[in-house]
Design a protein around this ligand. Structure first.
Ligand SMILES: NC(=O)c1ccc[n+]([C@@H]2O[C@H](COP(=O)([O-])OP(=O)(O)OC[C@H]3O[C@@H](n4cnc5c(N)ncnc54)[C@H](O)[C@@H]3O)[C@@H](O)[C@H]2O)c1
Length: 277
C-alpha cells in the first residue's frame, strides 16, 4: 500500500527507536521523509542517538527507494525547528505530516531528583514537542491541511513512582494536543497524541529501567523484568514491537483518520482501561 505517495513527512528524534521505525514505515508507504535528531547525549537521560545513527536512518529510508534528508537539530531550539521546517519546504515544497516524537526518560523520586533531571525531561518531552509543532503550524495553516501527531505515553494519563517528571511532561503533551486540535480544526488540520505503553527500544531496555522494575536484583536482565512489565496491562504484553507503534502513528496520519482530532490513541494492551477516562 502506497497511501502516503507524494506526501512529505517530518519526524523529530528519528536517529533510532520509534522515530526511525516511523520514518521507514512512511517511506515504505510512499512518503518523502525529513528527519532530525539532537545527535548527542545529555548526562541525565536515557541513551540518545548519535549522528551516525541518524545517518543510518537516512540510509535505511533511501534503501526502500524514498527520498530522505536528515539534520542535526534540537527540538528545544526555536531556530533549529525553523531550520527543520525550512529544510523540508525547500527540498520538497511542502509538509503534510509532522510527527513530534523526540523524547527522553530519566527517573527518580521527586525528593531526590536533581533539578536538571526534572528540567531536561520536561523541556524536551513537553517543551520540545510544543516548540517543534509551533514551527510547522504557520505552514500547515497556509496550506489549509496537515496532520500532527505527538508522542505521549501510557503515563500521560496516570501517575507513577519515580516518574513525576516524565508523567508530567506526557500529561502536558495531551493537554497541548487537545487545545491545538480545537484551534486548528477550522484550518483542516488534525492534531492527535499517540500514547504507547513500553516499546521495545533503548528507552525501555536499559539497566536503570530494569532496576526500577526489579529492585530486588543487582543486575536484572530482560528475562527478569518481562513478567513485571507484562503485569502492567491486562493483555499481559511486556512491551510493544516497533511496528505496533508505527502502525498507530501512520493511522493517525492517514486518510482513514481524517475526522479524528484531539484524541489520544492508546496502544497499551488495555493498561489505559484502568484510567478514569
Ligand atoms: N520506549 C518506550 O517504552 C516508550 C513508551 C512510551 C512513550 N515513549 C516515547 O516515545 C518517543 C520515542 O522514544 P523511543 O522509545 O524511540 O526512545 P529512543 O531513546 O530510542 O528515541 C528517542 C530519540 O529522541 C532523540 N531526542 C531526544 N531529545 C531530543 C531533542 N531535544 N531533539 C531532537 N532529538 C531528541 C534521541 O536522541 C533519540 O534518538 C519518546 O517521546 C518517548 O518518550 C517511549
Amino acid at each position: 500500500m502506497r497511501d502516503f505517495e507524494n506526501q512529505v513527512v517530518v519526524i523529530t528524534g528519528a536517529g533510532k527507536g520509534q522515530g526511525r521505525s516511523h520514518a521507514l514505515a512512511f517511506a515504505q508507504r510512499g512518503a518523502s521523509v525529513v528527519v532530525c535528531d539532537i545527535g548527542e547525549q545529555l548526562p541525565c537521560a536515557s541513551a540518545m542517538a548519535t549522528m551516525e545513527q541518524l545517518e543510518e536512518t537516512v540510509r535505511l529510508v533511501e534503501s526502500v527507494g524514498a527520498e530522505c534528508v536528515g539534520i542535526q537539530a534540537d527540538t528545544r531550539s526555536t531556530a533549529d525547528m525553523k531550520r527543520l521546517v525550512d529544510t523540508a519546504i525547500d527540498r520538497f515544497g511542502k509538509i503534510d505530516v509532522f510527527v513530534a516524537n523526540a523524547g527522553i526518560a530519566a527517573f527518580g523520586p521527586v525528593s531526590e531528583m536533581p533539578y536538571d533531571v526534572w528540567r531536561d525531561v520536561v523541556d524536551i518531552n513537553l517543551g520540545g514537542v510544543a516548540t517543534s509543532i509551533r514551527a510547522v503550524v504557520p505552514h500547515l495553516i497556509e496550506r489549509g491541511a496537515g496532520r500532527i501527531v505527538a508522542t505521549s505515553s501510557a503515563v500521560g494519563r496516570e501517575g507513577g513512582p519515580n516518574n513525576a517528571n516524565y508523567a508530567a511532561s506526557k500529561w502536558g503533551v495531551i493537554g497541548f494536543v487537545k487545545s491545538l486540535a480545537i484551534e486548528l480544526a477550522p484550518h483542516g488540520i488534525t492534531v492527535n497524541a499517540f500514547s504507547p505503553m513500553s516499546v521495545s527500544t533503548d528507552m525501555c531496555h536499559n539497566q536503570l529501567t530494569y532496576g526500577l522494575f526489579r529492585p530486588d536484583l543487582d543486575e536484572p536482565t530482560r528475562d527478569d523484568v518481562k513478567d513485571t512489565f507484562a503485569g502492567l496491562n491486562p493483555m499481559r504484553v511486556p512491551w510493544l514491537e516497533l511496528s505496533d507503534a508505527s502502525e498507530a502513528v501512520l493511522f493517525l496520519a492517514s486518510s482513514s483518520a481524517r475526522y479524528i482530532t484531539g484524541a489520544a490513541l492508546d496502544v497499551a494492551g488495555g493498561w489505559n482501561a484502568f484510567h478514569s477516562a
